[in-house]
Design a protein around this ligand. Structure first.
Ligand SMILES: *Cc1c(COP(=O)(O)O)cnc(C)c1O
Length: 497
């Protein structure tokens, strides 16, 4: 059985389903596999459907769920909610492939994990015969929020509260969240940035005020700090690899590079875990926007918050504190919880930490970092459309641009897969402007215009947004976060009694 241990205290050790319920460790650490002993040979999944592949990989890591439980979770999640049978189709572009991760119910890659997480959580609850309510606290830079709200809407024994930065998310993202359905959902805007939202959620699990208010309520998280979200993301690395074998691009066993538009380091860490369990991955290219803290980290070994937080047209990557990097540091230091705690303390107290040269060298064996400014991002969207007739969103463009520069600088033309993380229609004003140079004031006007221009159909969930009623308008100061959470916990506890 795989044990999941906190990156800040190895003694805090849970089974897989317990870690899914807990989300974040009490000490602020992230549950991480104590050791990765399982291997999933890629030969074994070559002919699998997405669901078959998912069942094998998820069960290999979340190994205290039964085969039947995982089967039900997988087939419940990956069904006609996705608008393509492949779930994550590949599309060829010059220099590599796009892996389209946005065919789910909210048109964001977050759907892949957040359609299954509520099921894994409910299954975990059944195993424990528990009756209390799990309150899912979620910080979002835009996409996680809606995907989590959609995944958890009216799921028994759960309630979900989403915090998003009032300024930064795209108007479509905001409308998606504010119109959410479900009796157990709540959406709150925060006068701050994503890091403020994430901090509130992280502090809540150890806040006395909040814990005192949790009567009959357990707090968990739908952020990629939850291991139940990270593991399902390993699947598409395998599945896309199989597609490349099956379409004759590579032979089974050949290495592949993946380029990952990165914010919280969750998606790319799933790629690292895929490599750990046996997928032939050569490089993981970490693509950032102008919030290029990770690019600098990979270049220097210093993680420093001494920089301005920028809002960009790829808002889901406007993040300065990349939580899941902590898991990588833990694994690469040989599970050194003391060292990781010291680094995280230093980040909190001084706004920076440094890793030693040995660790930096190890990280660089697998990871490379590139960042893309706004101008280059817009140009990439433009060029891909005009030259190759492929419509991409700004996050994907950051990835494509990183791939192009990586290939040119290193000469490494190993088959490359860029993770395409959102539908271009979630960011239609910026995409339309990048292609035509014409500004639209209204997002839905831009949506129509982009559809006419490209001939690519608007996903149904986005097309219907225009006429939907806004349900949530609350906005709070970031200093009030813990009070608001405590108040919500009291409300949930009372409702239950
Ligand atoms: C969340 C998100 C990312 C970044 O993923 P992380 O796991 O946070 O690194 C990139 N693109 C889009 C569109 C996203 O929603």
């Amino acid at each position: 059985m795989t044990r999941y241990i906190s990156t800040r205290n190895k003694e805090d050790s849970l089974s897989a389903h317990e870690a899914v319920i807990a989300g974040l460790a009490k000490d602020g650490g992230l549950y991480t596999p104590e050791s990765i002993d399982v291997k999933v040979p890629v030969e074994e999944i070559l002919n699998d459907s997405y669901q078959e592949c998912a069942a094998k990989i998820i069960r290999a890591l979340l190994d205290d769920y039964t085969e039947e439980e995982i089967h039900d979770c997988v087939y419940g999640a990956y069904d006609s909610k996705f608008d393509t049978e492949k779930i994550v189709p590949l599309k060829q572009i010059r220099g590599g492939w796009l892996m389209e991760l946005w065919h789910g119910p909210t048109s964001a890659f977050k759907d892949i994990a957040l359609t299954i997480l509520p099921r894994l959580l409910t299954a975990a609850y059944k195993k424990e015969n528990r009756n209390d309510i799990v309150s899912i606290l979620t910080a979002t830079s835009g996409d996680t929020g809606k995907a989590a709200l959609s995944g958890f809407a009216d799921v028994p024994h759960t309630a979900i509260t989403v915090f998003y930065p009032e300024i930064g998310v795209s108007p479509i993202q905001k409308k998606q969240m504010a119109t959410s359905r479900g009796d157990n959902v709540e959406v709150i805007a925060v006068k701050g940035n994503f890091d403020d939202c994430q901090r509130m959620v992280k502090e809540a699990v150890s806040s006395k005020e909040v814990l005192d208010a949790c009567y009959g309520v357990t707090i968990s998280s739908a952020n990629s700090i939850n291991i139940g979200r990270l593991v399902p993301q390993i699947v598409y690395y395998y599945y896309s690899y199989a597609q490349l074998v099956n379409n004759g691009t590579i032979d089974c066993g050949d290495p592949v590079n993946f380029v990952v538009p990165t914010g919280n380091f969750g998606d790319i860490l799933a790629g690292y875990l895929a490599k750990q369990i046996g997928l032939p991955v050569r490089k993981l290219i970490c693509a950032s926007n102008s919030n290029n803290v990770l690019t600098d980290f990979l270049a220097t070994g210093v993680y420093s918050l001494d920089r301005r937080f920028l809002t960009t047209m790829s808002p889901s990557m406007d993040i300065l504190i990349s939580s899941n990097l902590e898991r990588l540091l833990f694994m690469l230091s040989g599970n050194n919880d003391i060292k990781v705690s010291a680094m995280m303390d230093s980040l909190k107290a001084k706004g920076s930490y440094r890793i030693d040269d040995v660790m930096l060298k190890k990280i660089r064996e697998t990871f490379s970092g590139y960042w893309t400014n706004e101008e280059q991002c817009a140009l990439t969207i433009h060029d891909l459309f005009v030259e190759q007739n492929v419509l991409i969103d700004p996050h994907t463009a950051v990835g494509v641009s990183a791939m192009e520069r990586y290939q040119k600088e290193t000469g490494d033309y190993t088959p490359a897969v860029v993770l395409s993380t959102a539908s271009p229609y979630k960011f239609c004003r910026d995409v339309y402007f990048s292609i035509t140079g014409e500004k639209k004031d209204d997002d839905f006007e831009a949506m129509d215009a982009l559809e006419k221009l490209s001939g690519v159909k608007v996903p149904a969930n986005l097309a219907e947004l225009k006429d939907m009623k806004v349900r949530f308008t609350r906005s709070i100061e970031k200093e009030d976060g813990l009070h608001v959470i405590a108040e919500r916990m009291r409300g949930l506890g009372n409702a239950q009694n």
